[in-house]
Design a protein around this ligand. Sequence first.
Ligand code: HEC
Length: 163
Amino acid sequence: MRTFGIVVGLLGLLLFVAIAQQAKAPVPTRLPDGWRNWTHITTGVIYSEKHPLFGAFGGVHHIYANAPATKAYRENAKKYPDGSQIVFVLYEAKDENGMYVAGKRKVTALMVKDSKRYARSGGWGWQAWDASGKPIVTDPVQQCQGCHAGSPNRDLVISKWNP
Ligand code: HEC
């Protein structure tokens, strides 16, 4: 009877490990210091419902990249090296007499390249924080990677270097 109990216990443990391994891919937990001093890559203004992302991403956004990512952007690279980091920061679009300027910050999103740690989400770690600083990504494959997969030839990076 005791052996039976131990066997059932072991099977339960194996099942637990199997389920744990299927859990969601890991995500970065904090925004890197100094991102605001990185290289500005591009800016976009999503200003009307004509754009499919207006609901979630309406506003003025800027994209910043650290040194290794900037190099890859400039070379229009097909692969970004480990250590690449890219920040997408979205502000409310404030109309100042016909000029759109950045208002309150709405979302800050991050991509971190680490092909081992984030192997299960395309080699990138994905996270985003809402206006109050709360992290909002729990399932990076569903919430982020899927849409970025529309850019298959540039390592899931969508935006481009503006000379
Ligand atoms: C519905 C599509 C869509 C989803 C979902 C999405 N993105 Fe993006 N993302 C975009 C587009 C389009 C751009 C390029 C914007 C530009 O060119 O100005 C972009 C750009 C970025 C960038 C700048 C690097 C790049 O690829 O251009 C980061 C960082 C980013 N997104 C992070 C995230 C994170 C983190 C998530 C998940 C919370 C996410 N994105 C979900 C469409 C999406």
